[in-house]
Design a protein around this ligand. Structure first.
Ligand SMILES: Cc1ncc(COP(=O)(O)O)c(C=O)c1O
Length: 451
């Protein structure tokens, strides 16, 4: 029955089968060309940006939406609109992309990390309350990998302490929670339209959304130098608050608007792909596919797989197994990769606590509590980052036009490697150098089964 491709056998996933993301259609091209004609003379906001904002507010079901130049900017607009300032604390999950936490630093606030849930990998609502102090102002819940967080439980805690709930929907545009769209699940939301994201602006882009008049106005000012500029009115050049230049590019607005029209159809393909692959991987010991609670959908911006050599009866350190498996899968044509290499609080910025120099904002006189980040306080996030491989990183190997034909090949490759050629895989994994073996010492065994 042949050999593993890494040992000279045939690849399961043929070269050229995986199609890149995003898909660009003639309609997208026409939309960008029309915006190009409108983009002279310069004005604010551009008609294509207004049209995107209107369409996004309608799509997610919020009163307001603002387009800006990144998901990070959209999140910072949320943090600034929530009134977070020097010494204020904001709760964020320990496993996410840096921007979820750094957007708090941009307003001189302090991120306080909360461990994640072992089934959804999102912020663990049971662990939020223990991190709340009288300085806590907000919670940022992340819809990680494309799966909405547990908003019902998050709001239960937040409402008891009068905290603002901010949704980081960067990875999950198009997903739903209890029938509601990502972008409408918090008091405010920041989503990303970076080229790799499920709703792509091709290059960079972000979307802020809210139903609240005050947050909308403050977010608008944060986007535009602290000024309030009404369409069609003379600009006063009077900044009321600290502001940045977070405006969106009109050509990218037009591209994203055109893509938004196809977002429901593209999301359907992602959901179908994910459901199929999960069904297949569930039968293969050594890998854990993602769990999707029945009240929400997952858009699989990343399709996360945890490696569990223990479950396959293998006495091999997790890091060594993941590295070997990644290489063997790559040879078969499956581009599964690790993502975050450690929980965010273990990154150097938080270990050395020096944001703006001189230790700020941690040494700001208003930050009168000595906030330190001990990675041992986030055992689930730490364990997830050492076990995780993701499909769909950078060149998107998961969204359309990739469909079940590719998923069947992925499933076949996992089966070939972990079941049919298990002995060959183990031999290969054992050739990995000692440096790829366990780097984090003895870890507690996390129960991912939810049982
Ligand atoms: C969870 C999360 N939040 C925020 C961001 C920031 O978005 P952007 O890259 O558009 O600034 C990202 C980007 O990958 C992300 O994954």
């Amino acid at each position: 029955m042949g050999k593993l491709a890494i040992n000279g056998g045939c690849k399961v996933v043929p070269i050229g089968l995986i199609k890149p993301w995003p898909q660009v259609t003639d309609a997208d091209r026409q939309a960008v060309m029309a915006a190009l004609d409108e983009a002279v003379p310069w004005r604010y906001p551009f008609p294509s940006t207004r049209a995107l904002e209107h369409a996004w507010a309608q799509f997610v079901g919020t009163k307001y939406a603002l387009a800006c130049n990144s998901g990070t900017a959209a999140l910072h607009m949320c943090v600034a609109a929530a009134g977070v300032g020097p010494g204020d604390e904001v709760l964020v999950p320990a496993d996410t992309f840096l921007a979820t936490a750094s957007c708090v630093l941009h307003s001189n606030g302090l991120p306080i990390f909360v461990d994640v849930d072992a089934r959804t990998y999102n912020i663990d609502p049971q662990k939020i309350e223990e991190q709340i102090t009288d300085r806590t102002k907000a919670i940022i819940a992340v819809d990680l990998h494309g799966l909405p967080a547990d908003y019902e439980q998050i709001y239960e805690v937040a409402s008891n302490y009068n905290l603002v709930v901010i949704e980081d929907g960067a990875q999950a545009t198009g997903a739903t929670y209890q029938g509601r769209q990502v972008g409408a699940l918090g008091d405010m939301a920041g989503c990303s339209m970076n080229g790799s994201k499920c709703l792509s602006a091709l290059g960079e882009g972000g979307l802020f959304s809210t139903g609240n008049d005050k947050y909308f106005e403050l977010a608008q000012r944060t986007r535009m130098f602290g000024e309030l500029v009404e369409a069609g009115e003379t600009r006063q050049y009077d900044a009321y608050i600290m502001g940045w230049n977070y405006r969106h590019d009109p050509l990218q607005s037009a591209f994203a608007h055109s893509q938004l029209k196809r977002l429901p159809a593209m999301t359907e393909v992602r959901i179908r792909n994910g459901a199929y692959l999960t069904e297949q991987l569930q039968q293969i010991p050594g890998v854990r596919p993602p769990y999707v609670p029945p009240d929400r959908t997952h858009t699989y911006f990343f399709y996360p797989i945890l490696v569990e050599p223990e479950e396959a009866g293998l006495d091999i350190p997790v890091e060594q197994f993941r590295e070997g498996l990644k290489e063997v899968l790559a040879a078969e044509g499956v581009p599964a990769r690790p993502w975050q290499t450690r929980p965010v609080p273990a990154q150097s910025l938080f270990q050395f606590r020096d944001g703006y120099g001189k230790g700020c904002p941690w040494t700001c006189p208003f930050a009168d509590r000595d906030v330190k980040y001990d990675p041992d306080e986030y055992p689930v996030a730490t364990d997830v980052t050492r076990r995780r491989l993701v499909l769909g990183h950078c060149i998107d190997a998961f969204g359309p036009p990739n469909d079940l034909q590719l998923m069947e090949k992925y499933a076949e490759a996992f089966h070939k490697v972990l079941v049919e050629h298990r002995g060959e895989l183990i031999d290969y994994v054992h050739t990995k150098s000692p440096e790829t073996r366990a780097t984090m010492g003895e870890m507690p065994r996390i129960d991912y089964s939810g049982s």
